[in-house]
Design a protein around this ligand. Sequence first.
Ligand SMILES: Nc1ncnc2c1ncn2[C@@H]1O[C@H](COP(=O)(O)OP(=O)(O)O)[C@@H](O)[C@H]1O
Ligand SMILES: [Mg+2]
Length: 276
Amino acid sequence: MTLDLQLEDLKPANTTSPTVTKTMERYKVRTEKLNAWFGSNHVLKDLSISIRENEATAIIGPSGCGKSTFIRCLNRMHELVPSARSTGTVLLDDSNIYTRGVDPVTIRRRVGMVFQKPNPFPTMSVYDNVAAGLKLNGERDHAVLDAAVQKSLELAFLWDEVKQDLDKSGTSLSGGQQQRLCIARALAVEPEVILMDEPCSALDPIATAKIEELINSIKEKYTVVIVTHNMQQAARVSDYTAFLYLGQLIEYGETTSLFENPREELTERYLTGKFG
Ligand SMILES: Nc1ncnc2c1ncn2[C@@H]1O[C@H](COP(=O)(O)OP(=O)(O)O)[C@@H](O)[C@H]1O
Ligand SMILES: [Mg+2]
């Protein structure tokens, strides 16, 4: 997954800052009849999901059901795989990101991604990992960079642990710190949506708890979509949950009601560990 991240994807978007006010039922991302393939393998089938702004939405379902593919369609990363294609609509703030002429790099700046395995830029310091995107965009003012690095590391709950070690290599940090560094790096360019693909699967329970705490904190300002195979985690961090099975959306609703009162038998069977 490391190769998925291009340095230019981190350039800040020249768009307005994320909305801070929570507005009821405001959707940040809406998919309509989204279908995706790898070659002839039809992996997403007519997914229509509306994702609420400034909330955390969890995507759950058995391995191979299409969770990663789904979120990779939300920032045009799916098409980076040569055999991949998709049809349907993905609206970001009401405009279709798949319309001809839309630059995928711009979309990836507005919709950031955090991967399963922490992937800091290996040759860079902690500071430069976070500042990379801003520097790439031409920011040279040290005071501006310093402030942005501190703010992003604070948002990622990492500042206190690394403020004395900003010149150390990013890869010298512990696994959990590296993942928070990657989150700080994603936040530094002020995206509007953060996609997280099983961000804790390589981490121990303490490191996981810190990431969950930070997700709960950043969703005040950002729209978060998190793929997780850990149902307790979905219950702890998300406001809404979508359950996918064999590329189809089986059930989608408020996390508490989906977990406590699933409407579909398939959801109930999954939640009670009867398959997958
Ligand atoms: N790079 C790829 N090339 C070909 N097939 C892929 C690729 N990535 C995923 N797939 C296939 O797409 C389907 C959905 O995979 P994925 O979205 O990774 O599921 P999940 O994240 O839920 O485990 C699976 O059948 C998987 O084998
Ligand atoms: Mg996956």
